[in-house]
Design a protein around this ligand. Structure first.
Ligand code: NAP
Length: 270
């Protein structure tokens, strides 16, 4: 089955690059188009398995499944371009939460689904979120889970759950990196004689080992916190500061992304 990706920006390039290195496509089945033909030529040179289409129309004509890897504001123009090919036998896949599936369904005749990727799929890891619209078949759902399963751990959710889930999986790498960066910066203030590279290595390696510990042993986050912070000990006092200072912070982060998404949604014209 031909699968096409329109828009070779950060996400589009990441997805086709990750998928091109799997063995799930027959030659020529993975296609890409974007408005910058030089970029497309470079990508074709780097990924021999990738078939490029020098127009969105050509891609839409050839592909049964079409991913729109565009900024929300760029979607209307591309939809107008490929409209003649969006018949009910096609599956159109959004990768943004800024456009709701029912909104897109009201403007096209094809089936509509959504996949929210995460930059960690560039190393074929992490969680992707998969959602299906009302017209999608059981086969569409199975197909998307299999496709994304080749480069991630896909989780099927309702679209109403997408914003909060995306905070964890898609914004997650940024939020998690932010915390680690703050740990390094604070340590640097108190111990300027330790090189920044060493501090980075300490945090990165400890984080990586902690995640592996959680995965291998089945310990929960709570278990790790309890085991490291013995009552009356030094870690326990550090945790107390975190409890006091970070109370409500993550709720505020989620609240903020929810509000921002609603504002952005209201501005999208299809
Ligand atoms: N960043 C993340 O971690 C993340 C995670 C999940 C979802 N998303 C979603 O992914 C979507 C894309 O984000 P991005 O960071 O990949 O954006 P981006 O880098 O701006 O990529 C958009 C691409 O679409 C191309 N394009 C624009 N109009 C086009 C047209 N008419 N025909 C063909 N190609 C066209 C652009 O071409 P040019 O190169 O010429 O500009 C660009 O390559 C966003 O909606 C975002 O919400 C992002």
């Amino acid at each position: 089955m031909n699968v096409g990706f329109i828009g070779m920006g950060n996400m589009g390039q990441m997805l086709v690059t990750a998928l091109a290195s799997t063995n799930i496509f027959e030659p020529g089945e993975l296609m890409a188009s974007t408005r910058d033909s030089d970029k497309l030529r470079r990508l074709a040179g780097a990924l021999p398995n990738l078939r490029v289409a020098y127009s969105n129309r050509e891609l839409a004509q050839r592909c049964q499944t079409i991913f729109l890897c565009l900024k929300p504001g760029e979607t209307k123009a591309v939809l107008a371009e490929i409209a003649p090919y969006l018949s009910p036998d096609r599956l159109l896949v959004l990768i943004t939460n800024t456009i709701d599936i029912p909104k897109l369904e009201s403007t096209v005749q094809c089936r509509v689904a959504k996949v929210i990727p995460s930059m960690v799929q560039s190393i074929q890891r992490g969680v992707s979120l998969v959602m299906c619209g009302e017209r999608c078949t059981a086969h569409d759902k199975a197909f998307l889970l299999r496709l994304m399963g080749a480069i991630s751990d896909p989780i099927y959710i309702a679209e109403s759950q997408a914003r909060v889930a995306s905070d964890l999986t898609s914004c997650g790498p940024a939020f998690i990196s932010y915390i680690f960066r703050a740990m390094v910066h604070a340590a640097r203030q108190y111990q300027p004689d330790l090189p920044i590279d060493t501090l980075n290595q300490m945090v990165r390696t400890t984080a990586s080992a902690t995640f592996e510990l959680l995965a291998r042993t089945g310990l929960t986050f709570d278990d790790v916190i309890t085991r490291v912070s013995t009552p009356g000990g030094i870690t326990a006092d550090g945790i107390k500061v975190l409890d006091e200072q970070l109370a409500g912070v993550w709720e505020q982060v989620i609240e903020t992304t929810l509000i921002k998404e609603e504002v952005k949604k209201a501005k999208v014209d299809l």
